[in-house]
Write a protein that binds this ligand. Structure first.
Ligand SMILES: Cc1ncc(COP(=O)(O)O)c(C=O)c1O
Length: 464
């Protein structure tokens, strides 16, 4: 017999402490194992701005921001108020065979901030949905099938977007994926030119800065890609799901290179992390060639895409980005973070690169040059690829209350995507803590021994 369904208040008050056991029983026990093994199994009770707060009241600097969702900070009061306002107004949400005001104004506002190459908005609910929409629109608009994408791309995990993802951890076992999708080295203009020359390309889809690995494009490559696509009659699509909405110090990252794509995918930060949202901004020509008659007016869409709550949260997010000057803030604090951390490349053998744009930042580790340490590194990496990064992220969490992780599977790149409201003092604290932790991790044998012991203890505790 199931009992009555409790209210949110009753759950938060009466079942606190059951998160991990509920997860293990009903959600994802493998995720539970990872979280326990790293010792990240805090009981998170609140989110505030750039921080997560645990049940003991400790504040952690959150450099994940929910994978980039909380750009305006967690639980921004203005975004909450906007959703409440829309609910209190009892708006005629989702009439379906009818249209509403909030979505229309959101489209107007987003398009006003986008390049003039796009003129219409197709609503969605998640990032992957925007990519699925982009694939479909590109195919329908061009009458061609081939989709080109960049190696190491991440565009989401539904079948279409997964077909544009080179990582076997994500792909294996889910095939066959979409045919006619082809990966090219990121930023390789010649490879793109050759692929386009083979004909039948509907679109080239690219993240202006790749999320997996925080890869910044070679100078001039995105402009060249756009030009080559235009010449070949293929659509040029920018996936700004992660880079959009101020993250890189511009409203859209594409502004760094003056791009004018045919389609722009937006999601994540757009609704302040309060409700799912996504939007594809589409050129007039592409839009009109897909939705080209009354009978075809709803040939792509989603039941709850364009709902009033998402639109209300998104409008508030745009307002906050401007009133708090968060785009400029991302540019300034991102430059500071690079300035503080770039010298680590010179100071530590294991730091091979520090890179980023705005508050999308990454540090890459590589084998040390001294022969003794290099052989320890090689042995450790053979046993567990990407292990060195964990020698950094785990003490950052436990000793400094800084929450961050690797930028992809089996890679030694750590990534930071703080909320754009993060204080300058927190950026400085992160840079100092990082250096301390990297200095200790570089002494590989002792760092590995310490790490092994603490992992062992946690794995044992997790088993109990
Ligand atoms: C660039 C990019 N595109 C698409 C997606 C997929 O978004 P979602 O997880 O909302 O489906 C992500 C998610 O990380 C992303 O970073």
């Amino acid at each position: 017999m199931v009992g009555p369904v409790p209210s949110v208040r009753e759950i938060l008050a009466g079942r606190a402490g059951e998160e991990m056991s509920l997860n293990d029983r009903h959600l994802n026990p493998q995720l539970g194992r990872i979280v326990r093994t790293l010792g990240f199994d805090r009981r998170w009770v609140r989110g505030e701005g750039a921080h997560l707060i645990d049940s003991g009241g400790a504040r952690y600097l959150d450099l994940f921001s929910g994978y980039g969702v909380f750009a305006i900070g967690r639980n921004h009061p203005e975004a909450i108020a906007a959703v409440e306002e829309a609910m209190e107004a009892h708006t005629a949400n989702l009439p379906q065979l009818g249209v509403t005001l909030l979505s229309g104004v959101l489209a107007e506002q987003l398009l006003a901030r986008a390049p003039s190459s796009v003129a219409a908005m197709v609503p969605a609910n998640t990032g992957t949905e925007t990519v699925e929409a982009a694939i479909k629109i590109a195919r329908a608009a061009t009458g061609r099938a081939r989709i080109l994408y960049a190696e190491h791309a991440f565009h989401g995990l539904t079948l279409g977007s997964l077909s544009l993802n080179g990582d076997p951890i994500f792909r294996d076992g889910f095939g066959p994926l979409l045919a006619e999708c082809e990966a090219l080295p990121f930023g390789d203009v010649d490879a793109l030119e050759r692929a386009l020359a083979r004909g039948e390309v509907a679109a080239f889809i690219v993240e202006p800065i790749q999320g997996k690995g925080v890869n910044v494009p070679p100078a001039g490559s995105l402009q060249a890609a756009q030009r080559l696509c235009r010449e070949a009659g293929a659509l040029f699509v920018c996936d700004e799901v992660q880079t959009g909405l101020g993250r890189t110090g511009r409203f859209f990252a594409l502004e760094h290179w003056g791009l004018e794509p045919d389609l722009i995918c937006v999601s994540k930060a757009l609704s302040g992390g309060l409700v799912p949202i996504g939007a594809v901004l589409v050129s007039r020509a592409a839009f009109d060639s897909v939705f080209d008659g009354m009978e075809r007016a709803v040939r792509h869409g989603s039941t709850v895409g364009g709902n009033d709550r998402a639109a209300a949260a998104a409008l508030a997010t745009l307002r906050v980005l401007e009133s708090e000057r968060l785009v400029e803030r991302a540019e300034r604090l991102g430059a500071l973070l690079l300035e503080l951390t770039a010298p680590l490349v010179e100071r530590y053998e294991v730091v091979s690169d520090v890179r980023g744009l705005g508050l999308m930042w990454g540090i890459e580790f590589g084998p040390p040059s001294s022969r003794a340490h290099r052989s320890v590194w090689n042995a450790a990496e053979r046993a567990q690829p990407g292990i060195f990064s964990q020698l950094v992220t785990v003490p950052l969490f436990h000793d400094h209350r800084i929450f961050c992780q690797v930028a992809g599977h089996r890679m030694n790149v750590i990534k930071a995507l703080p909320a754009l409201v993060v204080e300058e003092s927190e950026i400085r604290r992160f840079a100092t803590a990082l250096e301390e932790v990297v200095a200790r991790a570089e002494r590989l044998p002792s760092a590995l021994a310490r790490f092994g012991m603490s992992m062992g203890r946690r794995a044992l505790a997790a088993r109990r």
